[in-house]
Write a new protein. Structure first.
Length: 186
């Protein structure tokens, strides 16, 4: 278990979150800041698994990638796995305009972490249910954090301290499964 696992991501926020979570399980990670082409699709698990296949031979195993989607009930699951693209194109204010007048604001973040150990690909999923706030609230976090209120909370992810957000995070749920798998491998 003393081996290091490389997290391939161009997003430093995701790396720091993964580092905090996995450290608690004794899993050390390195950062490979690398952009790579992703397939277009609706399922974060398929996207993450495909990304691992594309990175074989380019990154020394063991390594993992992550893909997250935001699925909003009132928008029939949009933006889903296109969440990062939508955020870059229209921003949070544009997204909130899409939600204007929507009946119901239920949403879920779904994350898939795909690990390649040098022999096989294993995919771990995590989900955080919640709702979309009517406006941006909070200064912390990144991405959709200022408008996502996780189930059981009155605060957006952006209003929470990192450790509080991590405890409720979709990414954490997937990373915990990765850590348990890694531990069993010894």
């Amino acid at each position: 278990m003393g081996r290091r696992v490389t997290f391939v991501t161009s997003n430093p926020h995701k790396f720091r979150e993964a580092e905090r979570v996995l450290k608690g399980f004794g899993v050390n990670i390195a950062h490979a800041k690398l952009s790579y082409p992703e397939i277009r699709g609706d399922d974060p698990s398929e996207i993450a698994a495909d990304s691992v296949r594309k990175l074989k031979g380019k990154i020394k195993p063991p390594f993992f990638v992550e893909d997250t989607g935001l699925f909003v009930e009132a928008l029939d699951g949009f933006p889903g796995a296109y969440a990062a693209w939508v955020l870059r194109k229209i921003g949070l204010q544009g997204f909130l305009r899409l939600m204007k007048g929507a009946k119901g604001r239920k949403a879920a973040f779904r994350t898939a972490v795909a690990l390649y150990d040098g022999k096989k690909v294993a995919v771990f999923e995590g989900e955080a249910k919640g709702r979309i706030a009517a406006r941006e609230i909070g200064r912390g976090g990144f991405g959709y954090d200022p408008i996502f209120v996780p189930q059981g909370s009155r605060e957006t992810f952006a209003q929470m301290e990192a450790e509080e957000k991590d405890a409720l995070s979709h990414r954490r749920k997937a990373l915990v499964k990765l850590a348990e798998y890694w531990r069993k491998r010894g």
